[in-house]
Design a protein around this ligand. Structure first.
Ligand code: 25A
Ligand code: L14
Length: 342
């Protein structure tokens, strides 16, 4: 079997760590794993298949001989280093927002648009975590009924913003309980000056605010959905909210289908779709929650119900592990699809 040299940029980060764990679990055909991170982490070791591997600094030369490079170290690192990796012959699978809307870069969720991978010119983009779980849940509905209107509200875990945000939530919970002063460094957006507590709070902002009144995270959901379905007629409106959850994004989705539907058929379509698990029985209190999907690779759907007012509209709840299907799992599924063509 052909084997590959795989670099992971951001190997010590929240997503990079899951990528490395998952490459081992899925038995990805690896010749050499090359964990890359900032200078801070260079020299540390990570465990891969029981073997200790030294983390190297992510510099252009580190991509010599690399076949596949998985990037999860933030947009500015990808902008700088992804072209360097491509120049040296690697295919880049990028987890950041840097190239997603570039017309030369396929934006891929394998369950939805795997065939787009073939058009790559060196870089393939992994969509935003909130977009991925929504489009997986929408895909079987799109195929069967079509739709052009989606309204979504997200409830996003702090790990989406990286390790520092996870540590911040834990520290704030401890400080709150002890009546100590709260550390305020990351939420809602690390690189902005103003910070609010996320412990025992809800913040209606993920990523930076834009002139149109939406946040960048909300606009990612809008544009990425159009690109993934290759359908500019789909109208998405998003409200993205940060909640004090470590891991697992939840979303409330309203979708106006193009024709009337049978609710049982919708449940079956969703349940039979690869990558979706339906947990749906409100009377028995069955529905997905972030605490329970942590560590799972599927997209979980529940609270499926007919809208009370619009005859073709449906409401549902969708939960997935943002570090797995929202990032690492999707990236590795792209890599697997890529090498299946070799
Ligand atoms: O720039 P942006 O777009 O705003 O985004 C930056 C953030 O996006 C995260 C990324 O996560 C980062 O915080 N990110 C990127 N894609 C993501 C996605 N799809 C995503 N988050 C969710 N979904 P992160 O903070 O978890 O990881 C950052 C990784 O990037 C490496 N890095 C940073 N600067 C770099 C660089 N690599 C190369 N060149 C640079 N200039 C970074 O390496 C990390 O791998 P590091 O050495 O700087 O960080 C290691 C530090 O992380 C802390 N840490 C690690 N593990 C743990 C931990 N803390 C607590 N518990 C742990 N288990 C340590 O503090 C360590 O020092
Ligand atoms: O665009 O802070 O992939 O939750 C996804 C997670 C940006 C940050 C992306 C978060 C990131 C976002």
């Amino acid at each position: 079997m052909k084997t590959y040299t795989v670099a992971v940029v951001g190997a010590t980060g929240a997503v990079g760590e899951q990528i490395i764990k998952f490459l081992a679990e899925r038995k990805f055909p690896i010749k050499e794993l090359r964990p890359l991170a900032s200078k801070r982490s260079a020299g540390n070791t990570i465990l891969f298949n029981g073997e200790e591997i030294v983390v190297q600094e992510a510099v252009p030369e580190a991509f010599e001989g690399v076949d596949i490079a998985l990037f999860s170290a933030g947009g500015s690192i990808s902008e700088k280093l992804a072209p360097e990796a491509v120049k040296r012959g690697a295919v880049v699978i990028d987890n950041t927002n840097a190239f997603r809307m570039d017309p030369d870069v396929p934006l891929v969720v394998p369950e939805v648009n795997k065939e787009a991978i073939r058009q790559h010119k060196g870089i393939i983009a992994n969509p935003n975590c909130s977009t991925i779980q929504m489009v997986v849940a929408l895909k079987p509905l799109y195929e069967r009924y079509g739709f052009d209107r989606v309204v979504v509200t997200t409830f996003q875990a702090v790990s989406g913003s990286g390790w520092q945000a996870v540590v911040e939530l834990e520290d704030q919970v401890r400080a709150s309980v002890n009546n100590d002063q709260l550390p305020l460094k990351v939420m809602p957006v690390g690189k902005l000056d103003k910070h609010y507590p996320i412990a025992f709070n809800v913040i209606p902002q993920c990523d930076v605010g834009l002139e149109n009144g939406y946040t960048l995270e909300e606009m990612k959901m809008v544009r990425e959905t159009n690109k993934i379905f290759a359908d500019d007629k789909i109208q998405v409106t998003a409200t993205c909210v940060r909640v004090p959850v470590y891991r697992g994004h939840s979303e409330s989705v309203y979708v106006e289908l193009k024709e009337d539907f049978d609710l049982e058929e919708v449940r079956e379509l969703l349940a039979n779709f690869p990558g979706i698990v339906v947990q749906d029985n409100i009377q028995e209190q069955v529905y997905p929650m972030p605490n329970e999907v942590t560590g799972q690779t599927e997209v979980y759907v529940g609270r499926i119900r007919r809208d009370l007012h619009h005859s073709h509209a449906l409401n549902f709840w969708v939960v997935a592990d943002n570090l797995l299907k929202g990032a690492a799992t999707n990236a590795i599924q792209i890599a697997e699809a890529l090498i299946s063509e070799d």
